[in-house]
Ligand binder design. Sequence first.
Ligand SMILES: Cc1ncc(COP(=O)(O)O)c(C=O)c1O
Length: 382
Amino acid sequence: MKSNTDLTDRNRTPGDKLLFTPGPLTTSHSVKTAMLRDLGSRDHEFMRLVRNIRDRLLKVAGVSQSSGWEAILMQGSGTFGVESMISSVIPPTGKLLILINGAYGERIADMAKRHRIPAVLLRQPENQTHSLQKVEETLAANPDISHVAMVHSETTSGIFNPVEDLGRLAKRMGKVVLVDGMSSFGAVPLDLEAAGVDFLASSANKCIEGVPGFAIILARRQALLATDGFARTLSLDLLSQWKGLEGNGQFRFTPPTHSILAFSQALDELDAEGGPEGRQRRYQQNHRALVEGMRRLGFEPYVPAQCQGWIITTFEFPKDPKFTLETFHQKLSDKGHVIYPGKLTQVDCFRIGNVGRLFTRDMDNLVAAIREVLSEMGISTK
Ligand SMILES: Cc1ncc(COP(=O)(O)O)c(C=O)c1O
C-alpha cells in the first residue's frame, strides 16, 4: 500500500508546539499515525520491514550490502548507538584518538573512560573545526593509536567538522574511522568511501525525521567482522546485534516496533522529498531564513559562517542584563515555539534547530515571536 506522503505543513499534528530543537523534533502527522498498530517482533511482516529499512538506510548513505556495507539498528537513543560503536569495535590492545570541539566529542571521551579504552583527546575551541595538521601530528606522535573518532555535525554549536578530509587523513595513516553522524546523516552529504569511514552512528529521530526509539549504525562489513570478541557490553554488542538481524532477521531483545513502523513512513517521506538532497535543500532554506531574520533582530550566529552547518544555530544571549533564558524560553513556548538552551562551556547562548517537519514560514514566524518576546521583556539587542 502506498503511504500518504504529504510534505506540506498540513501534515502536522494540530495543536502541537513546534520544536526548534535537534530532537525530539517535530515529526509529520503521518509518521506518528504509522505507529498505530501492534506488530509481533517475530512476525514475518515485521522482519521484512526491518530488512527493508536496513537496505534503505544503506541507500540513503550511498552504499549497499553488495558494496560491503551493513546497517544495524540498535534500541535506544543516539547515545546508545555511539556507545555501541565505541564499546564494540576497539580491541583490548587498541587506542582511540577523539577529536573534540563540543559536548558530543566530550561524551565519546566519557564513554572511552568508562569502558577503560585508552584514549588521546584532541580538543579545539567550540567555534573552530579540527586542524588536519594537528591531527596528523597527533597521529604521528602516537603510533599506537588504532582508531579515530569524530563528530560530523557537532550539535553543541552547529559547526560542521570536515569529516571527509579528517577521515581520509586517518585512513591514509592506517586508522579505523568512527563517526558520530547523529545530526548530519540523511541531510548532509558524506561520501563514506572517500572519507574512509568504517563506522557511522546516527538516530531515527534526527534528519530522517522518525520518532525516537532506536539508533542506526552503518558499518563496513570487513571492519565489523574484525571486531569479534571486542564488545564490552551485552546489550550494545554491535557485532552480535548484526548477527541477530542477519541470521534470523530479529533483534536480540525487545525491538521498538512502533518507532520502526514510524521510521518506514519517515523513509517514504524522505524519498518523496527528493532523498537527502531534497531534505538538505529544505534545511538550508530554513537555516538561511533563520539567520537572516535573527540578524535583523541584532543576533549573529556564534559559529563563523565558513564552518556553520545548516542543522542548528547557536546565538549568544543579548547583553542586556534583563535577559534570562528561562523567561525567554517560557514566553516563546507559550507562543507555541520551543527552542533549545545552549550547551557551550564558554558563552551563554541558546540554540535554534531547523530540522524536523519545519518550513521557512515557521522560521519567519519564530523570528516574529522572538521579536515580540524581546519587546515584552524590554530587551534591546542593538
Ligand atoms: C552529535 C550528537 N551526538 C550524540 C547525540 C546523542 O543523541 P541522544 O540524545 O539521542 O542520545 C546527539 C543528540 O542530539 C548529537 O547531536
